[in-house]
Design a protein around this ligand. Sequence first.
Ligand code: PEP
Ligand code: MN
Length: 358
Amino acid sequence: MMTTELEQLRTEIDEISLKILDLLNERGTLVQQIGKLKETQGVKRFDPIRERKLLDLIAEHNDGPFETSTIHHIFKKIFQASLELQEDDNRKALLVSRKKKPEDTIVNVKGERIGDGQTHFVAGPCAVESYEQVRQVAQAISQQGLTLLRGGAYKPRTSPYDFQGLGFEGLQILRKAADEFNLAVVSEILNPNDLETALDYVDVIQIGARNMQNFDLLKAAGQVRKPILLKRGLSATIEEFMYAAEYILAQGNSEIILCERGIRTYEKATRNTLDISAVPILKKETHLPVMVDVTHSTGRKDLLLPCAKAAIAIGADGVMAEVHPDPAVALSDSAQQMNIPEFNEFMSALKKSAALAF
Ligand code: PEP
Ligand code: MN
């Protein structure tokens, strides 16, 4: 007798739970519709006044046995989940997302197809200092069979008293040295006003970590027809990094290479902390090619090779490293740049390491 009553009540509980489930999902569907409307109208998703009204309405109608505070607690969870549902939809709809475009984006730089499944290398000095300095590195790169030469003409230095780069002259030097060895130039632009001039000298425009959230620069980079190498901000989350790329893509430029370059953490053994898992996350969430800058992420020459191997093993489309003919006298990042024999060793070790094709 007792058992059948218990069973009966449990059956009723199951039925009510399923009804609650249906109602919750019905509510979720409405929330998604509201999210879409808000998006087209440019209205903010979070609406505290509306939430307050709903909580008051619930309090008015609550006849127990649950306390109103308990019911409020449950509904606040529902509100939170609803907001997350809208945000998920928003993320799925991003132009950079793999859900939007399932196939890999391949960025073609002078025949080098970054994102094609092979490993690509960007190498060169931190800053352009002289023609002879860049030419020596360009020659070494070319001898290794590589085609992407980097070098900073405009340097985003933490201190205003540090070497700020040669500016336009630096771009001219890069172009000249690159042309001599038939290389492509990757160089950072800091100011949207310099973009147009840079187009004549640079094959890939780099947006540096310090400028990942320089929204005017991102928008301007979205309007040019040149590949953009976007570096992850010093303290940027993966989500913020993706939104930064979205700024560029939303303006019509889909040739974007993402570059993980380490993030700021409490760890002091390395200059930054290489967030290696960001690579497969970005590969999964976006359709864009992903590179790893082993120089700025570690700031240590002894870690360049193991980190480059890790980057390749985990699925990076490319590796960036700094090379200087005489790092001891370099005007920036002198401790972390490889000299040319070190670079040659680095490349031979990588070429030897398992199943590496490039
Ligand atoms: C660079 O690559 O020259 C550079 C300044 O790196 P980051 O923006 O990642 O610090
Ligand atoms: Mn540097």
